[in-house]
Design a protein. Structure first.
Length: 196
């Protein structure tokens, strides 16, 4: 009979192989270039759903694995902001939802180093319940000192989303931003005298 105690390195190697296989299985369905993240990513799954294509475009899905989730999952990506500095950008996509009991939305964040300088996650105009395909936009300014841009689709709570026809474009400065900068965290104290 083979004694594993005499070869602990084999146990560790076998355990590492099992963990690597499980990690690949969990992430095997994530579309190339995207990642599954969030406060509770293990409670969500993502993939490409050929049965939910929109006008010939493939769709990605994000759905909860559990009947109750206290947190959120996001299908997202991040990139360097260099070619977008000083410009206004728009993330757009067609989204379909099913039984979203919390809320969902497209989101985009612009960073300067470790600081967030612009952000919109559609929470003030959230996707809820069951909806047919609809186009949504998130438009933000990218300051000249920005270093990174992250974006995606998020699901807080339970349900399922499909995202198709995703675009990331530079738009004219006349295009309204969806979350004005004055709703962001200010750089200095504001209205300390309570003047209306």
């Amino acid at each position: 009979m083979f004694n594993w105690k005499n070869r602990p390195w084999m146990v560790l190697s076998a355990a590492a192989a099992v963990l690597a296989t499980c990690a690949l299985a969990v992430h095997a369905s994530v579309p190339r270039g995207w990642i599954l993240a969030g406060s509770k990513p293990a409670e969500y799954e993502v993939g490409v759903d050929a049965s939910q294509a929109y006008q010939g475009h493939a769709s990605a899905y994000l759905k909860s694995r559990e009947t109750s989730v206290d947190g959120f999952g996001t299908l997202m990506q991040s990139m360097n902001a260099d070619q977008y500095k000083g410009k206004r950008v728009r993330l757009s996509g067609l989204v379909k939802s099913e039984e979203v009991l919390g809320w969902a939305g497209l989101w985009m964040r612009v960073d300067q180093g470790k600081s967030m300088v612009a952000f919109d996650n559609m929470q003030d105009r959230a996707i809820k319940g069951t909806t047919s395909w609809q186009r949504y936009d998130v438009v933000l300014d990218v300051p000249k000192d920005a270093t990174g841009i992250s974006f995606g689709i998020l699901l807080a709570g339970t349900g399922e989303l499909w995202l198709s026809g995703t675009r990331f474009d530079v738009v004219e400065m006349e295009t309204p931003v969806t979350k004005p900068h004055d709703t962001m965290i200010p750089d200095k104290p504001v209205n300390l005298d309570f003047v209306e």
